[in-house]
Design a protein around this ligand. Sequence first.
Ligand code: SF4
Length: 795
Amino acid sequence: MSNVTKKDPKKGTLHSGPTSISKIPAPKHWVSPVPFGLGKIKPKHIRDTMKVAWENKDNLKYATNILTKGVCDGCALGVSGLYDQTLKGPHICTTRLNVLRLSTMPPLKEEIVHADVDRLRQYSSAELRKMGRIPYPLIRRKGENKFSRISWDGAMDMIAEKMKTLDPKQYAFYLTSRGITNESYYTAGKVARFLGTNHVDNASRICHSPSKTALKRSVGIGASSCTYKDWIGTDVLVFWGSVASNASPVSTKYMLAAKKKGTKIIVINPYKEPAMDKYWVPSNAESALFGTQVADDFYQVNIGGDIAFMHGIMKYWFEMEEEQYGSAINHAFVQDHVNGYEELKTKVDELSWEKIIHSSGMSKERIRELAELLANSKNAVFAWALGLTMHSFATDNISQVANLALLRGYLGRENAGLMPFRGHSSVQGTGEMGADPFVLPGGGWDEDNVKRIEELWGFDLPKWQGDIVGVNLEHAALPDDHEKKLKLYYMSGGNFLETMPNPEFIEKALSEVDIRVHQDIILNTSTLVDAKEAVIVLPAKTRFEQEGGGTSTSTERMVYFSPEIAGNKQPVEEARAEWKIYVDLAKRVKPETAHLVNFETAQEIRDEIAKANPDYDGIQHLKKQGDVFQWGGAWLCEDGVCPTPDGRGNLIPIDIPNLEKPEGTFYVTTRRGKQFNSMVFKETDPFNNAGRYDVLLNAEDANTLNIVEGEGIVVYNQHGVFQGKALFTDIARGNIGLHFPEGNFLIPKGIYDSPSGIPQYSVAVKIEKAERFNARKDIDYLEKKLEDDEIDAPV
Ligand code: SF4
């Protein structure tokens, strides 16, 4: 990509390529003039890097080749080799280094693979992960306590024979984003439909489906409207419910570049996350030495209080407008490009400040500060993550962000836009490839798109609505004779036990299917759960072993090509490329027509993706290391023209959710420590020294409960009991934080954001000193079951 911004007749303005970070020192952003953050709690990047080099010493050359030639299989920020499209200079982080071992480690030893499953269950997923890769197909039938070896033919025939006996509504596919390529997602989505089922879901939907649903209804798009480069030099960069620095460490380098160009960074989160406060960017000498004060300001909103907070901002804008027309609203943009102004204004006018303040937990003065900052800023980028998406009102949360952007005209141009900040590598491509119950490649289930895909694929699609993963799991637990009973669950990656709410129920659900298939690289705790007939484990190739390479799509819609990388000294000889396994399955279940889903090479898949999803026209030309293109150009909705039926964005009046909870209860939410999704790399968070069982608590709240720092406390509700230790942190009063997945026991199953189907991950809880709880639990808690409505406040 050149440094000159170009326009393409179809895509609009093209991304202008990487820029440079200013080398002029900016001491005003330093954390401290004391070098290397001595005496401060902070990650030890150099020590961690040396540790990774040591871990990979048995396959060092291959590890180096992966880092220098492959596309990172860590987070969704996206990088090819060591270079990205945002900033010149090297791009690498400890998350990437930590996941590297998954691709370089040897197969599991025989004594582990065939050990008693009860012994294996004593290991955590982190311990299982470190033991090595799944060496060959495995099976554990009902009543057996060890996995035994099975041939590929034996395993695939068994799955296929079972599928042939079932109604396609009785089996489901699930793919998580661990390194999976667009080619595999596309093939899985197509094969699922070929086999007759629409139960095909993926991890990206669990994290960001509300973003897609909300952006579609608000501005007609399903992806970030802008690029990371738009952060650099925008007036205000807002991270809403996102700890981007922890999830995607190199994003801090972009933030640093942005600050050097005068951008103000605002973080909105109940907890003042230390990684968004101060960071030592290792690849920038100035920041590595003196640190960078990342956020200019934190707004510590209540868990679930974001909608009210945003209403407060708009209410203040409308008040400013009464004083002076045009002082807050971009009327030209609204008139030319936006529907629903009066309806939204009426909604906001009806809301009292009292209600806004109560729900958001923010004072009027603080709301006013941010409202004024935005009103005086020509440009802003809003980025958000799971703090907004994991609620039963998540789609409304995101549409509310879009409301702010539309009123100010922050859309479709340089340094302005809406960015769902995504998690795993390639997660953006999952739905775009059609591995999702609600979409097909290139569109939804509307008549035209269904007809188009049927013509391209050459077979009829099942016309019923597929279920989301949470519902599939609920159906797995149904009695055998129930018409909705799920009997075979085919999973590519993932660990539901450690990602979904209510792990006890999840274990039951997983064990109640007849056959469970785990297509994966490693064993984890979910793999070890029983099944009614058999658990089948299939060894998958990593992204870097896949014949013909593979592509992945980043948060900013860059489609990167990752080549097949030779030289693995410790290969898993029997592992197969994931897309090949799906094709093989189709051939066994429906041999007569399997030619319709047959792919011989990865290139054939890319050729077909280019036709199936017109946005991906260009993917067929990606053939070698470094090849990349951005679908949609630099800005979606360019010049304010949205891909909605009338070309205009829609302001949507949103209700403030009812967050009332009984007196004396708290809202709990979960957060990540030193981990990548559910993969925990360290028991202690290097940013705040929190252990995995520490409860992040406001000191004043603790005071009211006579809790002292470090003492044992119990967090409980009708769904579970969490025994931990009090850690006083800067978190908004009335809110507490636990680590994910340890805190999942408190989260109820079956509560979803209805438009998007994402599970809710926050709930009301009580807190008590452990000594009191444990002394009285027999009489107070266990015998007298907590009533559901006692603390099950609607959120
Ligand atoms: S920030 Fe994300 S994409 Fe970049 S190296 Fe780290 S894990 Fe990989």
